[in-house]
Design a protein around this ligand. Sequence first.
Ligand SMILES: [Zn+2]
Length: 250
Amino acid sequence: MALSQSSALVIGTGGLGGPALLALAAGGVGRIVLVDDDVVDTSNLNRQPLFGEADLGERKAAAAAARLATLHPDARIEPVDERFVAGRADALVASVDVVVDGSDNFPTKFLASDVAVRTGRPLVHGGVLRTSVQILTVVPGQTGCLRCLFEAPPAPGTVISPAEAGIVGGVSGFAGALMGAEALRLLAGERGAYAGRLFAFETRTARGRIVPVRRRAGCPACGAAAAGAIPRPPDGAGAPGSPGGAGAVE
Ligand SMILES: [Zn+2]
């Protein structure tokens, strides 16, 4: 598929989504849908390359779209100023060729994985906590999904949140750029570098590893008896940029 004929959805426009969006736009992807319901805050500027001081207080979706349009005027950039929630998620994901999850909380990440599996769209999942990075590509029907790996999101309060842990700007930029490059590979018809392979990298020590993620027969999302078995969060649960999320991500 020519990249100009391809489409991508990016969930979140921040530390992960921002660099991924830059890669997709600069790479020539023809249609880019971005979802974010947050506003630009001073605390974002250390790691969110789509935004500058002039954007403070602006809606992230609109500001990100405006920035990307200057990079790639021919692209159709579609900002969606909403939370990525059950009910809306399936239609958004089904409308594109690949999904990049740059959200900052576990409920959204599991929703993205579930919807990708349901709609058959490949998903590039990524997360950052402090100085460590994780990336996994889910290819529905071929590789394991997020629930093959973790089954369910951690209970709120059991995992430190990015807001509590802090995120080093260059680290999320690194992860987001890798996620964007992975999405471009998938759109070009290549097998993803992280397809069924969880890449975990600690930037502080430069130690990395690959963990195989295979489909699990008992997976509630993509296992043998999964049809209709995915628990759906209530509308409103899990959104990019939502404060206090329990995710080890963004
Ligand atoms: Zn699964």
